[in-house]
Structure formats: C-alpha cells, structure tokens
Design a protein around this ligand. Structure first.
Ligand code: RB5
Length: 148
C-alpha cells in the first residue's frame, strides 16, 4: 500500500502522482490536502505518520512546496525515515542505504512529470540492502526513541 499526503503547495503534484500510480495499477490512499487552499503542512505529515504506525509494509509519498517542512515534520516519528529526493539516484540510495519509508518531494520545483515519475518508480522498486545499513538504521531508531 502507498499513502500520499501534501499541503496546498504539493497538491497539484500529488494529483499527478496519483494518476501515475493508477496507471501502474498500484493501490494507494490519499490523506489530503484536497485542494490548493492554504493548509499547515505539519498536520498532513502527522496524518501520514499516524497512518503508517504498525503498517510496516506501507510506503509514503509526502509533498510540500520545498519538501523541507514535510521532511522536518515527518522525521519526528521514530518509525519513519523520510527522504527528500531530487533525482532518481537519491531515490535509489535512500531505499538501499536508509530503508526510507517516506519519499518527500518538492512540489514547487520545476521538474517535469517524467522526472518525478522516475523518482517515484525508483523509490517504490528499490530494495533495502540490509547488512551494515541495518545496523545504522537501528541506530537511527534508537536515537529517535532516546528523544521521547
Ligand atoms: C507553504 O507555503 C510552504 O511553506 C510549504 O509548502 C513548505 O514548502 C514548507 O516547508
């Protein structure tokens, strides 16, 4: 399952990505926003984090204007590893090395839809490499838990 959320600045890109996922016959759930009226991105990051709790197989796609606000917000949850990706290479590496479970995109970037499709496809199709990377991911989870 794939879960999507955005604020107003990410809304249009979220809608385009939904069409792409439909084309690929992939199941998804949209947690909003529902239009381009101004909303607060932490609310949508929280919605996604709560939805993903105890759903280990779920991957998220989260979008705001720059991707930065959503990155800060979503990474406050110990079981989330959100990665702001600007190209296919970073989308592959965030899966292989960081076991990222949320792809974060910048809706106000000037990327073409082909560019975003490549990022989404790489994120969804790349497997975590485990091994030494698992140890580091475990350290990240411990770090986050220490703060709570
Ligand atoms: C909204 O104007 C904008 O601040 C938001 O989408 C995001 O870029 C924040 O980091």
């Amino acid at each position: 399952m794939i879960v999507l959320a955005s604020d107003h600045a990410g809304f249009k890109l979220k809608e385009k990505i939904k069409k792409y996922l439909q084309k690929l016959n992939l199941e998804f759930k949209d947690l909003g926003a529902t239009d381009t009226n101004s909303v607060d991105y932490p609310i949508y990051a929280k919605k996604m984090a709560l939805y993903m709790k105890d759903r280990a197989e779920t991957k998220g796609i989260l979008i705001c204007g720059t991707g930065i606000g959503m990155s800060i917000a979503i990474n406050r949850f110990y079981y989330i590893r959100g990665a702001l990706c600007k190209d296919k290479k970073t989308a592959i590496l965030c899966r292989q090395h960081n076991d990222a479970n949320v792809l974060i995109l910048a809706g106000r970037n000037k990327g073409t839809m082909l560019h975003y499709r490549k990022i989404v496809k790489a994120f969804l199709n790349t497997k975590f490499l485990g091994d030494r990377h698992q140890r580091r991911v475990d350290m990240l989870i411990d770090l986050a838990k220490e703060q709570n």
